[in-house]
Design a protein around this ligand. Structure first.
Ligand code: XLS
Ligand code: CA
Ligand code: CA
Length: 435
């Protein structure tokens, strides 16, 4: 059965093409700074939004009618959806996919039966991966939809829920390993709180730290060598999520002895919800050696929630690609479209338009970033701004050779320091010439 009839594999037709179902900028084999665009960008399609969310919002049910969702048997739906998904990945030309355990197979009445269902679907996925060459960027668990997780999973007040969550992560890591996943994501779900009147924050954080350490132990035990990631988000569903932003995740990882076991998966929309730019969160990770992977989407400046729109802003994609390239590019990570089409975009074709737009936006961002890094239009502005740190005084401070007394003696001898312009407007104008 063909679920996307009338769609042929999406081709690169170049910037002059007027075909909406063609790439204008993403040319997978084209080499940019020594690597193909496909290798740089490592695009991934997410299972949950693209195949499982059908347009429901708090005010109404789904609006999208899909052939692969048309059965009274939930396992039949799971099988048909996996078929549709691989047809989609193949036609789009996306090299990777991502999923939550419960996206691909529905829960049964108990954990044992649920795991059997998951195993059945994983075997289908494995066969399809082998046939198509499409790979798993990362797997994860859904520990936020079922009512047992209403007060969180590994930060739940009940140790029995904690145990259930551990069993679920154990299984999801096993199937991710089985599918050759390049990574495994921990997004906080309901790990956070709505009011401190009912929450023991210290205990919950300690439990979360212990849980992550158990996950690391089990990873070693089964020989899974994929990368672990934490995905920050400041709020939603809880009022305050523990993994608020990159900074709070890094503090958590260091406190619980996990800093060398995890990197971060930075989502653009979560960065802006935290009051940061996407650029900031990526730069913070790069500065601390924890830049792992990216959930490529965007929010809406006028809305305060996680709209998960497809990325189209060239400033965002260009600045992101500058950081990613300067950081040496992705290794295990990639650009996962954790994004959903709007509720009114009901046709299966809209899924293609959305992904083509996101892929072209990042392809342009890559080319812009590569030109900026090669042509250096800012003339080493940042290096020059900090040049004093390469001279005697700066070097003595950086090398710990001086303290307050020596710095006071320097100041008394040299008097008022010189100041320089930050030239923000000039730099913004130069950037605009490249967008
Ligand atoms: C939700 C998150 C989620 C993670 C995976 O806001 O973005 O989808 O990426 O659990
Ligand atoms: Ca995400
Ligand atoms: Ca999101």
């Amino acid at each position: 059965m063909e679920y996307f009839p009338g769609i042929t594999p999406i081709q690169y037709e170049g910037p002059d093409s007027k075909n909406p179902l063609a790439f204008k900028h993403y040319n997978p084999g084209e080499v940019v700074m020594g690597k193909s665009m496909a290798e740089h960008l490592r695009f991934s399609v997410c299972y949950w939004h693209t195949f499982k969310s059908l347009g429901a919002d708090p005010f109404g049910p789904g609006t999208m009618i899909r052939e692969y969702n048309n059965s009274s048997d939930p396992m039949k739906i799971a099988e048909m959806t996996m078929d549709a998904a691989f047809e989609f990945f193949t036609k789009l030309g996306a090299p990777f996919w991502c999923f939550h355990d419960r996206d691909i197979a529905p829960e049964a009445d108990n954990l044992l039966e649920t795991n059997k269902r998951l195993d059945h679907i994983v075997q289908i996925a494995k066969k399809k991966q082998d046939e198509t060459g499409i790979k798993l960027l990362w797997g994860t668990t859904n520990m936020f939809s079922h009512r047992r997780f209403l007060a969180g999973a590994s930060t739940n007040p009940s140790p029995a829920v904690y145990a259930y969550a551990a069993s679920q992560v154990k299984k999801a890591m096993e199937v991710t390993h089985e599918l050759g996943g390049a990574g495994y994501v921990f997004w906080g779900g309901r790990e956070g709180y709505d009011t401190l009147l009912n929450t023991d924050m210290k205990r919950e954080l300690d439990h979360l730290g212990a849980f992550m350490n158990m996950a690391v132990d089990y990873k070693k035990k089964i020989g899974f060598d994929g990368q672990f990631y934490i995905e920050p988000k400041p709020k939603e569903p809880t009022k305050h999520q523990y993994d608020f932003d990159a900074g709070s995740c890094y503090a958590f990882l260091q406190k619980y002895g996990l800093a060398d076991q995890f990197k971060l998966n930075i989502e653009a929309n979560h960065a802006t919800l935290a009051g940061h730019t996407f650029h900031h969160e990526l730069a913070y990770c790069a500065a601390n050696g924890i830049l792992g992977s990216v959930d490529a989407n965007r929010g809406d400046l006028l809305l305060g929630w996680d709209t998960d729109q497809f990325p189209t802003d060239l400033y965002d994609t260009s600045l992101a690609m500058c950081i990613i390239l300067q950081n040496g590019g992705f290794t295990t990570g990639g650009l996962n479209f954790d994004a959903k089409v709007r509720r009114q975009s009901i046709d299966p074709d809209d899924l293609f338009h959305a992904h083509i737009g996101g892929m072209d936006a990042f392809a342009r961002g890559l080319k812009i970033a590569a030109r900026i890094l090669e042509e250096k239009p800012f003339g080493g502005f940042i290096q020059k701004r900090y040049a004093g740190w390469d001279e005697q005084l700066g070097a003595d401070i950086e090398n710990g050779k001086v303290g307050f007394e020596e710095l006071e003696a320097y100041t008394l001898k040299n008097g008022e320091p010189a100041v320089q312009s930050g030239r923000q407007e000039m730099l913004e104008n130069i950037l605009n010439e490249y967008i």
